[in-house]
Design a protein around this ligand. Structure first.
Ligand code: ZN
Ligand code: ZN
Length: 557
């Protein structure tokens, strides 16, 4: 038993985001990533969703650190929340840690973190964990697949990856290193990115986007060009900059994270833009239309980001006008489609031309499609396999794919958040589940529960009705002291409320009288009032607003 290796999934399996898995040896835990999820449409008022950290609070266990596979928010965005509870070693490439540091610094938690920078191909030992880092290509540079050399053999986590054979920086997914690992030691357990497992074929190389962008730039002489993309997609930014420079344009960057990441990547030598082509935002008005390229945030339709402001006409720097060319060099992540469509609409209303992944070759995915996954499986040849990072459909498609590659179905486990697996001499088996549900963070109050969200959804759908029941204490006996009153918000029109009031007051009064004749306490009265009002309202309006009964003590004169 002491030599068994456990992997517990705290997020990222069954929905996109909040990636977090715990590798556990002898009660020591090393996390693989610790990310956030962006809220979905039915999560009213929620800012971010975190992995469930309950399991990590077990006093029997010690969380040593987090392997940060790459710099995306769905992998590193929740580290601050965990650092607020415990000190951690953070292990990753220089760029990944640089991106993580930014957020951790904003939260004033740098003192809780020890940063451990690792290079491509490096192998390090921290506590119980002997880890080796293999370069992978993805939509942010310098990501890793991580091999854990454990008492039960190698556990390999792919990280987010694709097999880009012509990457912008020439840094390939290290298939030969992975092949050596597979052939010399063997991979006992593979955890592998499933995002595009149900997409056919092979993803386009990032460099193919550069060629396409160059063509788009050449065909738009005299027009201003604004390109929105992810601020962490350094290679995309490089290619936009290259296209701009090749067509004689100067570059202005807009958006806080864009400015920060460009500065960081240039400092690390990962982004090459000559100083004389990078103009200050104050110079924007002095640059002729055909000589300007703006690179900005807001490709996901985020309302406060640079592009949305330009589209609405409330940017301090640049407002979109007739004949501007706006390029969305991105694809909306699930949940953002509506806001992206709205921004595109606003831009077109202003007379701009909008180029996006639906009408031009301006974006390529960062995740391996099915053919790439087949190559990966054939190189790694895992003994056991758990698909990770994806909706259930993606993980299920990935499991089928592995089976098609010859893996015995008994050696494939489809897991979800909160599930745990154990690697023993006999093989891979399920272990006890742990809490894996969503942790919703709202405003500055922090965590809100699912019941609060349910209430918000009810309020958002059908509104709020309060029934006020006046009660009089007559010598220790409660009696109804007048007609129940009604206050509502977001329910029906004022006129209709007035119309419904009489009937509602009648049924509530009747129910209250009955309750008073029974047990006679205020609690029973409230319950009866809520029931009667809810039933009446539903029958009359087919709506189910939140009904809040209030008993009001009236003093006798
Ligand atoms: Zn991811
Ligand atoms: Zn990623």
């Amino acid at each position: 038993m002491p030599n068994n290796v456990k992997v517990t999934f705290l997020g990222g399996l069954g929905s996109i985001g909040r990636n977090c898995a715990a590798v556990e040896i002898n009660n020591k835990i090393m996390l693989i990533d610790c990310g956030i999820m962006f809220p979905e449409a039915d999560m009213a008022g929620v800012d971010i969703v975190l992995p469930n950290f309950e399991y990590l609070r077990d006093p029997q266990k010690e969380v040593v650190g987090v392997v940060c596979t790459h710099g995306h928010e769905d992998h590193i965005g929740a580290i601050s929340s965990l650092l607020a509870e415990m000190p951690l070693k953070l292990i990753g490439s220089k760029l990944t840690l640089g991106l993580a540091k930014n957020r951790i610094g904003q939260n004033g938690l740098l003192g809780q973190a020890t940063f451990v920078e690792v290079e491509d191909g490096q192998r390090i030992q921290i506590d119980e964990f002997d880890m080796e880092f293999f370069p992978v290509t993805h939509s942010v540079p310098n990501g890793f697949a991580t091999a854990f050399h454990t008492p039960q053999g190698v556990v390999l986590h792919s990280g987010d990856f694709k097999l880009d054979m012509t990457p912008v920086d020439g840094r390939h997914t290290d298939l030969s290193g992975l092949g050596r690992l597979a052939n010399v030691e063997g991979v006992r357990l593979l955890l592998c990115d499933s995002t595009n497992a149900d997409s056919e074929g092979y993803s386009d190389s990032e460099t193919s986007i550069g060629a396409s962008l160059a063509g788009i730039f050449r065909a738009r002489q005299g027009q201003r060009i604004v390109v929105a993309c992810f601020a962490s997609h350094i290679h995309r930014i490089q290619q936009v900059a290259d296209a701009a420079i090749a067509t004689g344009r100067s570059i202005v960057t807009l958006g806080r994270s864009m400015n920060h990441n460009i500065a960081l990547a240039r400092e690390l030598g990962l982004l090459h833009i000559p100083e004389n082509r990078l103009m200050n935002v104050d110079d924007l008005d002095n640059i002729p239309d055909g000589d300007l390229c703006v690179i900005c945030t807001g490709s996901q339709g985020e309302p406060m980001a640079a592009l949305s402001r330009m589209a609405r006409g409330d940017s301090q720097w640049l407002n979109v006008r007739d004949n501007d060319c706006i390029i969305f060099s991105s694809h909306p992540i699930p949940g953002n489609e509506t806001s992206v469509t709205r921004v595109i609409d606003n831009l077109i209303r202003k007379g701009a031309e909008v180029v996006h992944s639906g009408n031009s070759h301006v974006h390529s995915t960062g995740h391996a499609k099915s053919l790439e996954l087949r190559v990966f499986h054939s190189v790694v040849k895992p003994e056991n396999f758990v698909p990770v990072h994806g909706e259930y459909a993606h993980m299920s498609a990935h499991a089928k794919l592995a089976e098609g590659m010859g893996l015995n179905p008994d050696n494939i486990l489809i897991c979800g958040d909160g599930n745990s697996v154990e690697l023993t001499e006999q093989g891979l088996r399920r272990a006890d589940d742990v809490p894996g549900d969503y942790v919703y963070i709202s405003g500055s109050v922090g965590e809100v529960g699912a019941s609060v969200l349910n209430e918000r959804n009810t309020l958002g759908q059908d509104g709020f009705v309060s029934v006020i029941v006046p009660l009089l204490d007559r010598d220790g006996e409660l009696v109804l002291a007048g007609e129940p009153r009604l206050i509502s918000r977001g329910w029906v029109s004022e006129e209709l409320t007035a119309e419904l009031h009489k009937g509602l007051a009648g049924v509530v009064a009747k129910a209250v009288e009955k309750a008073l004749a029974g047990s006679g306490d205020a609690l029973a009265v409230e319950k009866a009032a809520r029931r009667a009002a809810g039933k009446y309202i539903n029958a009359e309006t087919r709506l189910r607003p939140m009904v809040v009964p209030v008993t009001l003590g009236v003093s006798s004169k």
